[in-house]
Ligand binder design. Structure first.
Ligand code: FMN
Length: 314
């Protein structure tokens, strides 16, 4: 790549931005940032890396969870405003919460009839019953039940799901009989996963990733692959993923959600739609505030109805 110039003083911004990182990772991020900014400038035939290109590169390469760090350097005033908004969330009038719903899939192009008799399992890894993740799941579940499906909703936090011990006994045979952990997974959850046609997976973002209850649950799926990565579980299942978070950027944790979609694909579950809800601030730390926004609940209901059409088109 030819040498790309930088707008005067802009390399100082790289230093300033990367100063937020501990020394052990600082140079890694500096190199990625410089490389990506120059790549954009080169692609767009810009004579130099400009301020606008630099920040665009930062937004493109940093995971969404880093946004507060970026803002603290790019726009300290806005960052202060975000902190203040988070602190004063108990004052937000119901209905004024800064929620943003994003639905990743469009409605299926064909009008497949919603099949009845399908089996669906919905799991929620939030401990907040009646929280935002829960309320969105409920709307999807209601759409599926209204169309005659058998839907079961489970709170993962209520179940005895122990961490994978890494014994790898599961590598040698069928997980339902060979997993050495005797808990809710082996007692009934693996059976349910094998049996259902569709899965609804809901989780809140905690510390910039899926919450630990969901991560623990997904670790226990590892045994569903054979050592050659072939699958033990019947394939052809469809998935709908739901995630909620407090930070108001509607794409802040998309990479976390995408990771979940990939993980499900590795196990033969094809995610046909995703719902993400951002900005869950409000009274009681935003608990269940989505109920003040009927249009968002309606979006979740339609996603549930369309999910069924996807199941019908398998
Ligand atoms: C321990 C903890 C960590 C959190 N970390 C983040 C975070 O990194 N980013 C964010 O935007 N929200 C974070 N949140 C806020 C939740 O994602 C948000 O409140 C979510 O809507 C909760 O969903 P629920 O009500 O269904 O449990 C965190 C909440 C808790 C309790």
């Amino acid at each position: 790549m030819k040498h790309i110039a930088w707008q005067d003083g802009l390399l100082d911004s790289v230093e300033k931005l990367c100063a937020v990182f501990p020394a052990v990772i600082k140079n890694r991020w500096k190199n990625r940032l410089v490389y990506n900014a120059e790549k954009i400038a080169s692609y767009e035939e810009s004579p130099a890396v400009t301020d606008e290109i630099f920040w665009r590169a930062a937004y493109e390469i940093f995971p969404g969870g880093y946004e507060p760090l970026i803002l603290s350097k790019k726009d300290p005033e806005r960052m202060r405003a975000e902190v203040a908004a988070s602190k004063s969330q108990e004052d937000i009038e119901p209905g004024n919460e800064p929620l943003g719903i994003t639905r990743w899939a469009h409605a299926p192009g064909h009008e497949a009839a919603a099949p009845s008799g399908m089996k669906i399992l919905a799991v929620n890894s939030s401990m907040r019953k009646g929280g935002n993740t829960d309320l969105l799941i409920d709307e999807v579940v209601r759409a599926c039940s209204d169309a005659g499906c058998t839907v079961e909703k489970l709170y993962l936090g209520d179940l005895d799901i122990r961490p994978c011990t890494g014994c790898r006994a599961c590598r040698k045979g069928d997980v339902k009989t060979i997993c050495t952990i005797k808990d809710a997974m082996t007692a009934m959850l693996y059976d349910k996963l094998y049996e259902v046609d569709g899965l609804i997976i809901g989780f809140p973002i905690y510390t910039a990733r899926e919450n630990a209850i969901m991560a623990n649950f997904m670790d226990r799926w590892d045994c569903l692959s054979n050592p050659d990565l072939s699958r033990k579980m019947p394939t052809g299942k469809k998935g709908l993923v739901i995630s909620t978070w407090m930070w108001p950027n509607p794409s802040a944790y998309d990479t976390v959600v995408e990771q979940m979609v990939i993980l499900l694909r590795l196990h033969g579950v094809e995610t046909s739609d995703v719902l993400t809800l951002s900005g869950t601030r409000g009274k009681r730390h935003g608990r269940g505030v989505v109920k003040n926004h009927p249009h968002i609940l309606a979006t979740a209901y339609s996603a549930g109805a369309d999910f069924l059409k996807q199941l019908g088109s398998r």
